[in-house]
Design a protein around this ligand. Sequence first.
Ligand code: ATP
Length: 199
Amino acid sequence: MKLKTLEISGFKSFADKTIIDFMPGMTGIVGPNGSGKSNIIEAIRWVMGEQSAKNLRGSKMSDVIFGGTKNRKALNRAEVSITFDNSDHYVKSDFSEIRITRRLYRSGESLYQINGADCRLRDIHELFMDTGLGREGFSIISQGQVESIFSSKPEERRGIIEEVAGVYKYKQNKDKAEKELLQTSDNLSRVSDILHEVT
Ligand code: ATP
């Protein structure tokens, strides 16, 4: 799976639609202080479902919407789309290209899409589970995060390693199966009680 394109519009300092094509190999983003380099990384974080405004250096989520400058008025909508080349089907999907879109209006209304179809944030998390790009994706290491990984609790560090190793998904499936077993066992004992009553 490779990052192919990032489209940013109305997000932070990117008032106009900006398309970044990622070429094969390594990409470096350079620019003067305050020119928006970190905003590009935050756009990736945001479109992949970041829910914490604080992690995006804001106090509320609508802070990601272009807030205006002295020459330009604020916008009402932020939209980011990210496209992955999935021709190796690293992400378990039939699509050889996966495009995720997130849109937010100042009114609070928001939208997520996978390849143009509306979806829930959960669908995006499930699609990218164990790839490191989903919830709390460790594949984006921001300034200061290295220290926080080293100083995190052993259980938190274990969680990161489990996601890297690809076992997180199986743990989730196991927890779900155990809950279902418990529910089934409850149902069975209820049926057994009823049978006792009627026989
Ligand atoms: P540095 O090299 O100092 O880390 P940078 O290139 O990473 O800087 P960013 O931190 O990405 O720069 O961008 C900061 C700029 O983004 C600031 O000028 C800030 O005013 C602008 N900015 C942030 N949020 C918004 C917003 N909602 N609307 C308009 N501009 C914004």
